[in-house]
Design a protein. Sequence first.
Length: 390
Amino acid sequence: MFSIRTNWDRTTNLLSEALARHRAAGRPLIDLSASNPTECSFDYDNYAIIRALCAPGVLRYHPDPCGLPMARSAVAGYYVAHGGQIAIEDMVLTTSTSEGYSFVFRLLCNPGDELLIPSPSYPLFDFLAGLQDVSLKPYPLVYDHGWQIDFHALEQAITSRTRGVIVVHPNNPTGHFTKASELAALNRICQSHDLALIADEVFLDFPLGNDTGGREKPFSFSANQAAPTFTLSGLSKISGLPQMKLAWLVVSGPESWKREALARLEVIADTYLSMNAPVQLAAPVLLEQRHRFQKQLLERVRRNLDELDRQLSTQKHCNRLHVEGGWYAVLRIPAIRSDEDFALELLEKHDVYLHPGHFYDFHREGHMVVSLITPEKDFLVGVRRAIESF
């Protein structure tokens, strides 16, 4: 009765089961996996946000498959701050980056075609690709005094069915920003193999100066013209408003290809018409909220990173890996047992929850991922308990 694409393994892993029991028992919990900014004690301009959602225009229906022009103009204004001039005709609004991915997958791929994804990375792609009948093949990010793309392995992974390369900029959870030299190599590969670049920039606005060293200012893929490129982002991370369901897809590259891609994307978007009027009309205000939110978040992330480094400085058995941007840090710990066993012990004995590396496709034991947006008092205590347990 049901399709093969929904035949997922829904078995709950041991850590998730333990977390459910922990919460059901009402035990205290320090969450070092925090990802929802609305639950992390940031100060929002509540009045401005609610007022923006009450525009009189919400009572009228004027569907536009690509999104209302005024909302797209607000998004174009966001890219001006990144040195880009994006025409509103070159973007499509979506309810989420997940929907944006699904549009691109449908546009590029026939059933069974392939896309290359970075590894490590966050575990969303498997579900999105499966629902679109697309196969995923990983290419490695390697660590050597910082993260970098393994271009030899990437090219080896390309087959006659490969349609594109996904880049997360900066990567989640490694925090690796794509460098200008890496972009040049990606463009060369995509040109040679007739592939598209799919760039996820949801964490673009969160560089961490203490680790980047000012070597390169992060750029946006939205300005890339050398290869067919789709750039995805949205309010979820930029303004810390995941509940507002506004994201976008910017198309750039060779002009004739771009026009054909946008024409086909418009048909896909018109089929669903998923965007709602209140959020689109509020888009200028919701994007403006990013300044207030990002200042708070970056201050917290940097303070938590400093605290993490302070506590690690007294330890010889664990350290953190270089991070250039985003909300997470990767800890390297002794691989004397599985990362999941470490996480289970932390939860059950010390009331601290964090993610083991295999959640993000680290292929070796000895990695834990820590959220840097956890409120600072909780972060201090949670990290101390974790490091003492390692």
